[in-house]
Design a protein around this ligand. Structure first.
Ligand SMILES: [Zn+2]
Ligand SMILES: [Zn+2]
Length: 427
């Protein structure tokens, strides 16, 4: 057998069969965001890698082991390395500052859709190139924006037919109150050190909070009576979280407190959340998550700006849509297909094609010598709603047959009335 080329390890093609799900998800997200006054932003897939080491932290898995870096080819920035974006937030924060959005009317609300890259060990449902939908809201410190983030993620999932989802949420405090908790937790964990997994032993000093969301069973057991961060929050963090929860309750968003939820990234403050299917008890397959990151803009050299956001994992969501047999709208198809028989008819058909194209009708016409039957089959395949048929007789009389392909009814019409009739039927 001949050797053929294969896609690279950990990446894949998304074939036409799957596309209606992706398209439905993208369009739903776009309409939810637009209804909330969120603007789209496209940021590069490549950034200087330092924005990720700075934002996400070198000690995290994403940057430590998971980032694809590319070496520059000796141009004037040769000292920098590029990275393929492993997530969206850092790039959007960079863009917010670089483009002077701090002087725009606040809050600035931005969303993005696109591919991210992580050097994970490939496994079922996890890819090295994966897709995210994300939202970032800058310049509002109130709980309204935390709520708006959670609510828009929730709405997207609802509108694509995933109804059994739940939001897990926690507050991880601010630079004023978190250190108190971290030192309390550190003390507690030192006593349990022997029972923790090797990763967590290292985390006690380097990344204390992350011990809480370790998925290893011994760690979960050993820390079952761990001190709860909500007890140590400062009054400001406490009331902020309270307000967020009240809004969730008011709008009927299903949530649960999870005092172990800390999220993997260093930059979060106050509210953090994760969205899962209700049935996913182990929560290995979260659909997305996010949180507040009030310190990140200033860490990047901008003026201190409160911010909050989330990202949803599109790959996982599409899989779920397929598993749940979610009804997705059929792909558009063409509106009108022009069929013709004979040389005179070809010229007449071309004239009709020009008229309809000028009216911005989505019309398909390629002159062929195929039989009417096979042209009709093609029209069905293109999912055309209307067929316009021109034979020699019709061409002579300057007429055409207009056929409704779903109702299979047809009538003759003079060409000059055709455009008007087509537009009426397509409404
Ligand atoms: Zn606080
Ligand atoms: Zn552990």
């Amino acid at each position: 057998m001949k050797n053929t080329y294969q896609s690279a390890r950990g990446v894949r093609d998304i074939l036409p069969d799957e596309q209606p799900y992706w398209q439905f998800l993208r369009r739903t997200a776009e309409s939810v965001f637009e209804a909330l006054g969120v603007s789209r932003i496209d940021i590069p897939h490549l950034e200087n890698s330092e924005i990720y080491t700075k934002a996400i932290g070198e000690s995290t898995d994403i940057v430590g082991k998971g980032m694809f870096t590319l070496v520059n080819r000796g141009d004037d920035e040769a000292k920098n390395t590029y990275a393929l974006r492993p997530e969206g937030t850092a790039g959007v924060v960079r863009a917010y500052i670089q483009n002077g959005m701090q002087s725009w009317p606040q809050p600035v609300k931005l969303y993005y859709l696109g591919a991210m890259f992580r050097y994970d060990r490939p496994q079922k449902g996890r890819y090295r190139e994966f897709y995210q939908i994300g939202l970032e809201i800058f310049g509002d410190s109130s709980a309204k924006s935390d709520f708006l983030s959670i609510m828009s993620a929730w709405q997207i999932l609802k509108k694509i037919g995933l109804n059994d989802v739940i939001v897990y949420t926690n507050s991880i405090g601010c630079p004023k109150c978190r250190p108190k908790y971290v030192s309390k937790l550190k003390k507690y964990l030192k006593n349990k050190e022997g029972k923790l997994c090797p990763d967590c032993k290292l985390r006690i000093d380097k990344n204390t909070l992350r011990v809480l969301d370790c998925k290893e069973e011994p760690c979960q057991k050993a820390t079952s009576d761990t001190p709860v961060i909500l007890d140590t929050l400062c009054p400001e963090c406490k009331s902020h979280f309270q307000n967020t929860l009240e809004l969730l309750e008011y709008f009927g968003i299903r949530y649960d407190l999870d005092t172990r939820l800390v999220r993997g990234l260093d930059y979060y403050t106050k509210t953090v959340f994760e969205i899962c299917e209700v049935s996913d008890k182990t929560r290995q397959n979260s659909l997305g998550g996010g949180g507040r990151y009030d310190e990140l803009v200033s860490m990047f050299g901008g003026a201190k700006t409160p911010a909050v956001g989330f990202a949803l994992g599109m790959d996982r969501i599409v899989t779920l849509m397929q598993e749940n047999k979610v009804d997705v709208p059929a792909n558009g198809g063409v509106d009108v297909c022009i069929l013709q028989l004979g040389e005179k008819a070809k010229a007449a058909a071309k004239k009709i094609y020009d008229i309809l194209s000028d009216e911005s009708v989505n019309v398909y016409f390629v002159p062929s010598n195929d039989t009417l039957h096979s042209q009709l089959r093609l029209a069905a395949k293109l999912k055309a709603r209307i067929a316009i048929i021109v034979g020699q007789t019709e061409a002579m009389k300057d007429e055409a047959i207009i056929r409704d392909l779903s109702a299979s009814s047809q009538e003759n019409l003079p060409v000059k009335y055709l455009a008007e009739e087509v537009l009426k039927r397509l409404q």
